[in-house]
Design a protein around this ligand. Structure first.
Ligand code: 13P
Length: 257
């Protein structure tokens, strides 16, 4: 039985004040006895420590949105995984489509980061997903295969207890267009089969595959009800407690069934 993970990617949003209020609302509203659903927030780097202090021992985890693949040293502007662990960060998002397409990160760059983050004990949320044009030209599975093969190159089966995959179709991110439950389920099935073919049935069964792309309270339940959807990576709606909390609640309710 895979445990749902609901993660909020705050992207380059919030101030120290608004982020703190958001985190306080989550601590207040997410039941502390909640064991059924893993909850994670990924604030911008400057606020990681503040938000980490606020969520404290609530069970809500704090993750970064990126990291660098080198050990601490002369890499101006970058953030080492050692620094993330040092401030209590337990996860890192890697390969997000905004980093792939705006910051021009390649699968090789992402793979180096995945390896470094895993080696330092962080949970890696590896994001994959196709562009609209790629979906229209029926390249979705080819793109997913390339991103999985590249991102996970050289990763040993033993690391999979630290790996989460997030399927985020680029055309559904921040657009209000959500993949239909069938579209999401079909991509998730493909990814699970990919894990089976490249690793094992055990790893495919145990690895969580999140859906991301315009997840909102009104579509979360249906998406999370799909057999191969094990949680959500939420952007815009994670910035509003009145939207993020119902998504977490939907996951808690579904895991009780
Ligand atoms: P939206 O939920 O705003 O579409 O963003 C999704 C996303 O990119 C999460 O990483």
């Amino acid at each position: 039985m895979r445990r749902f993970l609901v993660a909020g990617n705050w992207k380059m949003n919030t101030t120290r004040e608004s982020g703190s209020q958001l985190a306080q609302a989550l601590v207040k509203e997410v039941p502390t006895e909640n064991q059924a659903v893993e909850v994670l927030v990924c604030p911008p780097f400057p606020y990681l420590t503040t938000i980490g202090e606020i969520v404290g021992a609530s069970g809500i985890g704090v993750g970064a949105q990126n990291c660098y693949h080198e050990k601490p040293g002369a890499f101006t502007g970058e953030t080492a995984t050692e620094m993330l662990s040092d401030i209590g960060c337990r996860s890192v998002l890697l390969g997000h489509s905004e980093r792939r397409h705006i910051l021009k990160e390649t699968d090789v760059d992402i793979n180096l980061k995945v390896k470094k983050a895993l080696a330092d004990g962080l949970q890696v949320v590896l994001c994959v997903g196709e562009l609209q044009s790629e979906r229209e030209s029926e390249q979705t599975e080819t793109v997913l295969n390339t991103q999985m093969t590249g991102g996970l190159d050289g990763i040993d089966a033993s690391a999979f207890d630290q790996i989460v995959i997030a399927y985020e179709p680029v055309w559904a991110i921040g657009t209000g267009l959500t993949a239909s439950p069938d579209q999401a389920e079909s991509a998730h099935q493909y990814l699970r089969n990919w894990l089976k073919d490249h690793y094992s049935s055990e790893i495919a069964d145990a690895t969580r595959i999140l859906y991301g792309g315009s997840v909102k309270p009104d579509n979360a339940r249906e998406l999370l009800s799909q057999e191969n959807v094990d949680g959500a990576l939420v952007g815009g709606a994670s910035l509003k407690p009145e939207q993020f909390i119902p998504i977490i609640q939907a996951a808690i309710e579904l895991s009780a069934n």
